[in-house]
Structures are given as structure tokens and as C-alpha cells.
Design a binder for this molecule. Structure first.
Ligand SMILES: C[S@@+](CC[C@H](N)C(=O)[O-])C[C@H]1O[C@@H](n2cnc3c(N)ncnc32)[C@H](O)[C@@H]1O
Length: 204
């Protein structure tokens, strides 16, 4: 069997910004799948939108390996992965105004109250998302956990830097692994999408 090419970015240099131009070899728009899991959505989108670059953030090694195999199998050149912790990557490694879309699908809900502080989505995390999104860039959320959905929705809808837009709904073949499982259990999925508002005009 031929050797797999490694699409997981080197994480030894954690202090430098990710240089999308040199990673992807072009200036195409970049979309980020935060906690991409086994990559069902990421791979489907990358196959469909070859003029868009995709970065998957996934800290679980076995899942990274799984996605890496799929990238190789489909011969994709527009997907890379990073294995570092998502809030660190968004806060410290992604350039300002450089991401056109974030997808955060089924983030771990940490349902016990004493574990809520482990949740990824917080007002501070949204600050990093805001900073790194392009103007009119979007953030798309999906979760089966209604209480976590309410928390996320409240943070987003209460933030004047964002406006709610038409909710992103994946095509059937793009549904994530967790989504397929939760839908099979008859769970209701909460979704919302918000756009980073255009730069305010400078008043003279
Ligand atoms: C519930 S799974 C959802 C996976 C995928 N989005 C889906 O819908 O099938 C959450 C994923 O996010 C990853 N993850 C959770 N917190 C993370 C973090 N802080 N940084 C990077 N990955 C994270 C987990 O390893 C896991 O694969």
C-alpha cells in the first residue's frame, strides 16, 4: 500500500500564526470545522468546493488519523488538520480577518453544571471567532443539547457585532457522524447561523 501523505499540520511550533497561503498554496477562502470528528462534513464539503480551503481542528489523534486517511483516499489538496486545542488555535494561531466560515457542529456539551467551564463556546471564544472572521463571514452552530444551544444562542444574539442570518442546513450527504447518530435517536437538533457585521463606516 502506498504511503499516506500527512495532512495534519506540524504542531511543534505553537507560537506562529498559520500561514494559509503557504499551507494551501493559494489565496482561496478558508473555512474552519471546529472539532471535525471523523470528518464526514469536512470531506464532503472539500470534495464539493474545490475552490475553498478547509481546516479541521480535532484534538483526538485517532480521529485525526481517520480524517487524514480520507483526505488521501479522495486525493484532496484543499483540506488540512490541526491537532491543537481549538480555543488556542483560534485565539493564537489564526490571522485576523482570515476565515470566511466557522462550523461548530456538536461541540461537547459537558452537561454537568460543574463541568460547564470545560465548554468550548464562551463569550471569550466568540471574541476570537470575531477577530479571525472576515467581515460578513459566518459562524454556524449545531447541537443536540438544548441547554447548551440556549447558552450559545444567547451569547451570539446578544452580541451587537453579529447578526442572525439564514440557518445553515447541511445536505444529507454532509451530515456529521454525531448528527446521524442523534437524528437516529430522534433528538431535536438546535441550529443557528450568525454573520460578522460589516466594518462600521468611520464618521468624519
Ligand atoms: C461531539 S464530537 C462532534 C464531532 C463532529 N463535529 C460531529 O458532529 O460528528 C466533538 C469533537 O470535537 C473534538 N473536540 C472537543 N473539544 C475540542 C477542543 N477544545 N479542541 C479540539 N477538538 C475538540 C472532540 O475530540 C470530538 O471529536
Amino acid at each position: 500500500m502506498s504511503e499516506l501523505r500527512n495532512y495534519v499540520l506540524d504542531s511543534t511550533d505553537i507560537t506562529s500564526k498559520l500561514d494559509f497561503k503557504s499551507i494551501f498554496g493559494n489565496n482561496n477562502p478558508v473555512e474552519v470545522d471546529v472539532g471535525c470528528g471523523k470528518g464526514r462534513f469536512l470531506i464532503a464539503r472539500a470534495k464539493e468546493f474545490s475552490e475553498t480551503n478547509f481546516l479541521g481542528i480535532e484534538r483526538m489523534r485517532s480521529r485525526q488519523a481517520n480524517v487524514n486517511k480520507k483526505i488521501n483516499r479522495h486525493g484532496l489538496e484543499n483540506v488540512y488538520l490541526t491537532g491543537l486545542e481549538a480555543s488556542y488555535v483560534v485565539e493564537n494561531q489564526i490571522e485576523d480577518n482570515s476565515v470566511s466560515v466557522y462550523y461548530i457542529f456538536f461541540p461537547d456539551p459537558w452537561p454537568k453544571r460543574r463541568h460547564h467551564r470545560r465548554r468550548l463556546f464562551t463569550a471569550t471564544f466568540l471574541d476570537s471567532i470575531y477577530k479571525t472572521l472576515t467581515y460578513n463571514g459566518c459562524i454556524n452552530i449545531a447541537t443536540d443539547h438544548s441547554e447548551y444551544f440556549d447558552v450559545i444562542y444567547e451569547i451570539l444574539s446578544g452580541d451587537e457585532r453579529f447578526a442572525e442570518v439564514e440557518t445553515f442546513e447541511p445536505e444529507d450527504h454532509e451530515r456529521t457522524g454525531f448528527e446521524i447518530t442523534f437524528m437516529g435517536q430522534g433528538l431535536q437538533i438546535g441550529r443557528c447561523s450568525f454573520e460578522k457585521l460589516a466594518k462600521p463606516a468611520v464618521l468624519s
